[in-house]
Design a protein around this ligand. Structure first.
Ligand SMILES: [Zn+2]
Length: 97
């Protein structure tokens, strides 16, 4: 997920290096689902082949918190799912089944 302009200044100046070290720790694989960066997979929703692009996610959604324990290398799919879950929790929306 791209960094929003309003959040960009919240990232440390060495973010690129931090990001690189996290991707290295993950050996270029998603730390949730294990997909390798830049490999292709079939997206069931869009019925299209999609290329994995690893991003570095903040587990607590705080860009200032760049402790390695707060950072995960995630593919865009896991990152979106993680963020969606967070958004739902933040708004305290609970779907009844
Ligand atoms: Zn993943």
């Amino acid at each position: 997920m791209p960094i929003r302009p309003e959040n960009k200044k919240r990232y440390p100046s060495n973010w690129k290096e931090i990001r690189a070290s996290i991707l290295e720790r993950a050996r270029n694989h998603c730390e949730f689902c294990g997909r390798e960066n830049h490999t292709w997979f079939f997206n069931e929703k869009t019925k299209k082949m999609v290329r994995v692009v690893l991003t570095v996610a903040h587990l607590d959604h705080t860009p200032e918190n760049c402790d390695p324990s707060n950072l995960r290398a995630l593919c865009q799919r896991c990152h979106n799912q993680y963020d969606a879950k967070h958004r739902a929790e933040t708004r305290k929306i609970y779907k009844k089944k």
